[in-house]
Design a protein around this ligand. Structure first.
Ligand code: HDD
Length: 726
């Protein structure tokens, strides 16, 4: 077992409302409606009342009459379909209208239901009710996404990852529409169409899909240097995450916490993974795009199905209103992080995702987040990017849904009752009884009544907020114009292997550029951040390395930004491939059960399916596993079938899986001396257990990132640690 523990440790470091008659879930009467405790604890339960289960039922038309729909109504046996055939027309018409516009960005994604549990009573810093008591639970829905790709694109495209949170609080929905990267490309929302037009595929060919490795993207990046910080994060491990479970989330903007008596603090939200962070290596991410485009949604769905509920700790960095300018940059600048050394994170509670959607379209596709979904106790800041977003998301939902009643869709519906004078519109679901749909009124006793800071626990704008000044369109703020120091801070804070990954990623992207001007401009910007980066990229591009441009160079580092420097916090949901042969697969039984105790699945691979075999070599691939163990009984040359194998056994397939796993930076273990035949050097991340005892290198242990260094120095990775190979 010692070998297996080591292998596991190695993996740890590597990549590696209840249904009632009321649609609000309440029984009856305003008293119940006003009872905040009536919010269900799990958002999926609320959907029960809308869920249709057709088992043992007769097929009906959309208006309820039982019908048959397998043949159209024709004039005679060979005649044309009749206009009278309402069954045909209803079925085909509905099909013709099945799609809604995909999201303009973040089209590709996956979601899950969950719950937020507050660690404490935070009423000293915020009036937000969901943070008002220790142990208080609030149902949630969370959607993960990539940005640039369309709805059918591959999960593992290199990209910023969307990480949008919805809290169905007892005082209305609160959305935190964040990303897995704490900064954004631009400082003003008016530039968002420019950014997206630049990164999306070329308008003529619609190439490339879900990628920034093209001229227009780098043209924009190099002309708009506010993009560089986010770009650096995306080119590192955060751009190609191992799974949605293995990434952090950030609210990006500065927001405000406001107490009941109106005192406010500036806050930056983050939610940190309790699985630990992990990224893929680029070669594997590319392979996965073809071999399993659903890699991330599959991991999320399977983990939740197995009960390995992913968790994040939700926290804030809290800053005084009067400290807005003390950090040397503007807190209203979303291209900057507040280093955790300067302002540590206060952990407010825990997010747990514990239920998969039952219908992708109804839930994940129709969920419509908005930064404008805000609750009492939280307020905006004047960050122009945030201000623009508060408008844009409402607008896009109107476009996607085709009308203003999208908040009435079950997944969007708050878990508390709605009382206002908004009326009618396409697909109005409610029957409003109040005939005085205006305020002020006397005919309905003045209801619905106005709620504010003092009355009815209403939302209110932080009383201390103030603005003054001339109207301006163009501001040259010195506090916002240093675009290079923080990308350098990020780069300095990475492990050497991660630095090399980042450089390799930029080499990959810029090598695909056609425009010499764009290449030159990109190099000039990179060189303002780091001459090392610019020099290595220049080598790949076959141009002279630039002389240092040191104005923004420094040696500062910060914590919490590296993907690979810490071991995983949990191994649950990971998979280890056991390369075996059909006749002897049962030898894996004891290994399987001990790994299962860690939540790790041992997948037994053999030449054909049999008792104890989970997967054939034809179906298995290095990308299917987080680590590989070679059974003692495998064919000694890896090159052909054992004598009892079927002809399905592909030539040298085990060796290919093994070597690719090694190249992708995964730990590999040998239960015999087969390492001799595998052409894999004994070193970090390679384990051998044999009659002569188990061996591992001194570098082993829990710090699996060392294997990544190995992967980074491998020439097949497209670059060496000293940057000489390409
Ligand atoms: Fe955005 C979707 C995150 C800036 C306009 N955005 C969207 C989603 C996420 C983000 C996670 C997907 C939500 C979901 O899963 O349905 N966006 C961000 C972050 C930003 C940001 C973290 C900067 C801090 N976005 C941003 C700007 C604009 C938009 C500046 C426009 C001015 N974003 C949109 C949108 C989308 C969207 C076009 C597309 C689909 C949607 O809203 O619901 O309105």
């Amino acid at each position: 077992m010692a070998l297996l523990r080591s292998l596991l440790f190695a993996i740890a470091g590597v990549n590696t409302v209840l249904a009632t008659s009321c649609p609000f879930g309440h029984t009856s009467g305003d008293d119940v409606h006003n009872d905040r405790r009536a919010v269900p604890q799990n958002s999926n339960d609320f959907l029960d009342q809308y869920t249709i289960n057709s088992t043992d039922k007769f097929l009906t038309s959309d208006v309820g009459g039982p019908i048959e729909d397998q043949d159209s109504l024709t004039a005679g046996e060979r005649g044309p379909t009749l206009l009278e055939d309402f069954i045909f027309r209803q079925k085909i018409t509905h099909f013709d209208h099945e799609r809604v516009p995909e999201r303009a960005v973040h089209a590709r994604g996956a979601g899950a239901h969950g719950v937020f549990e507050s660690y404490g009573d935070w009423s000293n810093i915020t009036a937000a009710s969901f943070l008002g008591a220790p142990g208080k639970k609030t149902p949630m829905f969370v959607r993960f996404s990539t940005v640039a790709g369309s709805r059918g694109s591959a999960d593992t495209a290199r990209d910023v990852h969307g990480f949008a949170l919805r809290f169905y609080t007892d005082e209305g929905n609160f959305d935190m529409v964040g990303n897995n990267i704490p900064v954004f490309f631009i400082q003003d929302a008016i530039l968002f169409p420019d950014l997206i037009h630049a990164v999306k595929p070329s308008p003529d060919s619609e190439i490339p899909q879900a990628a920034t490795a093209h001229d227009s993207a780098w043209d924009f990046f190099s002309q708009q240097p506010s993009t560089l910080h986010t770009l650096f994060w995306a080119m590192a491990g955060q751009g190609i995450v191992r799974s949605y479970r293995h990434m952090d989330g950030f609210g990006v903007h500065t927001f405000r916490f406001v107490t009941n008596d109106g005192k406010s603090k500036l806050v930056k939200f983050s939610w940190k993974t309790l699985q630990g962070k992990a990224g893929l290596v680029w070669e594997e991410a590319q392979a996965l795009a073809g071999k399993n485009a659903d890699y991330h949604r599959e991991d999320l769905f399977e983990s939740i199905e197995k009960g390995y509920y992913p968790q994040w700790e939700f926290g804030v960095q809290i800053m005084n209103e009067e400290d807005q300018f003390k950090f040397g940059f503007d807190l209203l600048d979303p291209t900057k992080i507040v280093p955790e050394e300067l302002v540590p994170i206060t952990k407010l509670g825990k997010i747990t995702l514990n239920q998969n959607p039952r219908n992708y379209f109804a839930e994940t596709e129709q969920v419509m987040f908005q930064p404008a979904h805000i609750v009492r106790g939280i307020d905006f800041s004047d960050d122009p990017l945030l201000q623009g977003r508060v408008f844009s998301y409402l607008d896009t939902q109107l476009n996607r849904h085709g009308g203003p009643n999208f908040e009435q869709l079950p997944i969007n519906m708050p878990r508390v009752p709605i009382h206002n004078n908004n009326r009618d519109g396409q697909a109005q679901m409610f029957v409003h009884a109040n005939k005085a749909a205006y305020s002020p009124n006397t005919l309905n006793g003045g209801s619905p009544k106005q709620a504010n800071q003092q009355t009815g626990r209403g939302f209110f704008t932080a009383p201390q907020r103030s603005v003054s000044g001339n109207l301006v369109r163009s501001v040259a703020s010195t506090l916002k114009s240093d675009y290079w120091s923080q990308p350098r801070l990020f780069f300095n804070s990475l492990l050497p292997a991660e630095k090399q990954f980042l450089i390799n990623a930029i080499r990959f992207e810029t090598s695909k550029l056609k425009s010499a001007t764009v290449k030159k401009n990109a190099l000039a910007q990179l060189n303002k951040i780091s001459n090392e980066v610019a020099t290595q990229v220049a080598k790949a591009l076959g141009v002279a390395a630039p002389a240092p441009d040191p104005k923004f160079y420094h040696n500062n580092k910060t914590k919490g930004v590296s993907t690979f420097s810490n071991e995983l916090l949990s191994l649950k949901g990971l998979k280890i491939g056991y390369l075996s042969t059909a006749g002897t697969a049962s030898t894996a039984t004891s290994i399987k059960s001990s790994l299962a105790k860690e939540g790790v699945q041992l997948v037994v691979v053999a030449e054909h399916l049999a008792d104890g075999v989970d997967m054939t070599y034809s179906a298995a691939d290095a990308t299917s596993f987080d680590g590989v163990i070679v059974a003692a009984n495998i064919d000694s040359t890896f090159s052909g079938a054992p004598s009892n194998a079927s002809s399905l056994y592909p030539l040298a397939r085990p060796l290919q899986i093994l070597q690719e796993s090694y190249r992708y930076g995964k730990p590999v273990g040998f239960l015999g001396e087969k390492i001799r035949d595998a052409n894999i050097p004994f070193g970090p991340g390679v384990y051998v257990s044999s009659s002569s005892g188990s061996r591992k290198t001194e570098e082993d242990g829990k710090k699996g990132y060392k294997f990544l260094r190995r992967a980074a120095t491998n020439s097949t990775m497209g670059g060496s640690a000293n940057g000489t190979a390409q």
